[in-house]
Design a binder for this molecule. Structure first.
Ligand code: ZN
Length: 91
């Protein structure tokens, strides 16, 4: 998966996915699902902290905190809502 380390959103998405704090729905590549694993989320934050931008600096703590909260809030909780909807419409 390509990651743009100079883009906060891209860097955080990469950190979340590689630590499996979030996963992408196999049927809906645009849907991020929050696994709900506290340890993985802490891990994701640490990984994002270690990402070095092209100018040699790292992301600020506050920026990372804000972005991780934003992405986890935006992510679907545990199940993909589109898949859930499909299952519901077939019943
Ligand atoms: Zn889905």
């Amino acid at each position: 998966m390509p990651v743009d380390t100079d883009d906060l959103e891209s860097a955080m998405r990469y950190a979340l996915l590689t630590t499996r704090a979030t996963v992408i729905c196999p049927f809906h590549p645009e849907v991020m699902i929050r696994v709900g694993d506290d340890a993985a989320e802490t891990h994701a934050y640490c990984r994002a902290r270690s990402i070095i931008k092209s100018d040699g600096t790292r992301w600020e703590r506050e920026d990372l905190m804000e972005e991780i909260v934003r992405q986890l809030t935006d992510a679907a909780d545990g199940v993909c809502p589109r898949c859930a909807q499909l299952v519901a419409s077939h019943n």
